[in-house]
Design a protein around this ligand. Sequence first.
Ligand code: ATP
Ligand code: MG
Length: 392
Amino acid sequence: MTETIETLLPGETLGLLGGGQLGRMFAQAAAQMGYHVLVLEPSNPSPAGEVSCAQIAAAYDDTTALDEMSRAVRAVTTEFENVPATSLEHLARLGVRTAPHADAVAVTQDRNREKAFAESAGVPTAPHAGICAESDWENVTEDLFPGILKTARLGYDGKGQVRVDSKADARKAWEALDRTDCILEKRLNLAKEISVIVCRNQAGSRAVFPVAENHHRNGILAYTVLPARISPEIAKMAQRYAERIVDAFGYVGVLCLEFFVLEDGSIVLNEMAPRPHNSGHATIEACVSSQYDQQVRAMTGLPLGSTALKTPAVMLNLLGDLWFDEAGHYRTPDWAALCSIPGLKLHLYGKEQARHARKMGHATVVGQTLEEALERAKAAAEMLSLPFAGEL
Ligand code: ATP
Ligand code: MG
């Protein structure tokens, strides 16, 4: 017997755990479709709270706050993966629909579980070994070096990662990380880094976005090119893997998968995020439905929208560094000049305090062709003196 899923129609209030920029863009998409958003986020004001109808300023695991949310909404989503899975479980027990569900979030919060899950779904990963106890070193073979030791939980933007060249090195690094649960991965030669965003609804329909090509600097995403400059075969393979993973999870919501393209054209999964992703920002301008539109549709039970590419695009992250000149003095970037670039859309997240490496906003630049989008993005990057302007 197939369960009928009630569609939550516009006019309803949707719950959001987390108040950052991904939540802000979710709330904007929800508002566009006539929904109200209630945010749970301890920092107040917050990027998402500022554009939502209300914010509960409490910790993500505050049960009184979760109870309050459960009385106001019938569905909840998240905008950052370190929302405790127990909070989602708590809400689900109270009868709130959670998209994604707690089990999938718990898997993606642990790099060892994430890799094991991917492999069980038939999706390859980099050679690795879980390092959670002294005895795990017995399984570490020389072919994992040179490697990267990563903390299993709570890493982002390259934090909690150490490059290691030998087992002795890796052991030292593990001690320095207080023997916290880690994963040791073989360091691969990457031809490209790509990501795929996929969404799935309760009825099992899925929609996959075009593959994005990602470029990092100092461990942080610097810019994304959409669509990725890869062969159609590689793109199809990445999309097929993404579909396998959401089916294996019985996932409801938006999931991002980051892949490495190796020199032989094969791909391996790096990691997943159970939410919209920085590399999907450009879907707002470039696709018929954005990753945020899909998040709204998936959680409410509306049919998923078209992920078709309307225009090629390049997304530039705007980090807090832009607010400081060479002497370290605070300044406001010249937004008016930036907005004079044809095809450029400016997104700022409303964060008051600019800090080094903090994601303050992004610019998406579209063009008739990818070459035109890249040229315009290069002009924008030069105007902002972004260090990677020459790569574009
Ligand atoms: P983010 O939050 O930006 O996704 P993160 O802290 O979660 O980053 P990873 O995505 O695991 O960390 O790694 C960050 C970057 O380090 C990758 O984008 C890639 O450039 C490099 N890297 C990670 N693992 C490997 C590997 N096994 N081989 C080669 N390079 C790697
Ligand atoms: Mg990553």
